[in-house]
Design a protein around this ligand. Structure first.
Ligand code: ATR
Length: 269
């Protein structure tokens, strides 16, 4: 029987996940489809029970339900506990299990670049996204990770939780040339004309500067980094790899990520 998967969110029309997963199902000859479902917050519980009753094989969760889905699930993987947010649900025939593939998705995208794990990494931000990435960097054996954030207390908390260190924004700006990998995880850059989350004045030429935002493809932060002759990495890779990890959990198959990054980049360009 045809299997079905879904993504639930509000709004949902813009999501590229159905396009991506359907293409991977087709490529691998899997008889399945992936449906975007618009679910408003007050409908979440009903929507979850309906999906269960209709035999969903797995689903993704996007804003604003990443936390509010948690009480309905049977079990959380450590990745979801760390972020206190779920973006992927698997079903093993008995239990609906919540995962968060965003952090590992980012680190896979980063690892596809010519870098080594002992380079000095600066993570800008201390929210949910930064938390997932900081822990995923640790899991992937990056040895030298520093967190900086507008609200310093949150940077210190995250650094303590994941065994890294924290700097104030001013300290990080002054020491920026020490870092060869800089990761921007805040929402700054989604809206036009926002100030940069940190000045790139002292960044070293040739550093790798990443932003988790993928729409726009080039945030003001990445534009500034390019002007400083840095290598830039946008959030398309993270988006594709977080989906690939979910796809692997659902099907046991590793889909083609490089081609998908190209296709999605062209779509957004
Ligand atoms: P997410 O789960 O998407 O990471 P979040 O938990 O609300 O969202 O975290 C947002 C992050 O973006 C935080 O690090 C936040 O900094 P504060 O802890 O100081 O709030 C950061 N952020 C949001 N707007 C910002 C801005 N205008 N300048 C700098 N940092 C900003």
């Amino acid at each position: 029987m045809k299997k079905w998967y879904a993504v639930i969110g509000d709004p949902i029309a813009h999501s590229l996940s159905p396009f991506m997963h359907d293409l991977w199902f087709e490529e691998h000859g899997i008889d399945a489809t992936y449906i975007p479902i618009h679910v408003q917050p007050f409908e979440l519980e009903n929507a979850f029970h309906s999906m269960k009753a209709l035999g969903v094989s797995g689903f993704n969760i996007t804003l604003p339900h990443k936390q509010s889905i948690i009480p309905f699930l049977d079990k959380l993987d450590e990745t979801a506990v760390i972020m206190n947010a779920v973006n992927t649900v698997t079903y093993n025939g008995r239990q609906y299990i919540g995962w968060n593939t965003d952090g590992d998705g980012f680190v896979r995208s980063l690892s596809a670049q010519p870098i080594t794990r002992n380079e000095k990494v600066l993570v800008i931000g201390a929210g949910g996204a930064a938390r997932g990435i900081a822990f995923a960097l640790k899991r992937a054996d990056f040895t030298d990770v520093t967190i900086t954030n507008r609200t310093h207390r949150r940077a210190v908390e995250l650094a303590n939780d994941c065994g890294s260190s924290a700097l104030t924004l001013k300290e990080a700006e002054a020491a920026l040339s020490d870092f060869s990998i800089i990761i921007q995880t805040t929402s700054v850059g989604l809206a036009k004309d926002e100030a940069l989350p940190i000045s790139l004045e002292r960044v070293s030429t040739g550093s790798l500067v990443a932003d988790i935002i993928y729409n726009p493809l080039e945030t003001p932060f990445l534009k500034a980094a390019k002007e400083k002759n840095c290598t830039i990495l946008n959030g398309v890779g993270m988006f594709v790899y977080q989906g690939a990890i979910a796809f692997e959990k659902w099907t046991g198959i590793q889909p083609d990520t490089e081609k998908m990054i190209q296709i999605i980049t062209e779509k957004l360009g």
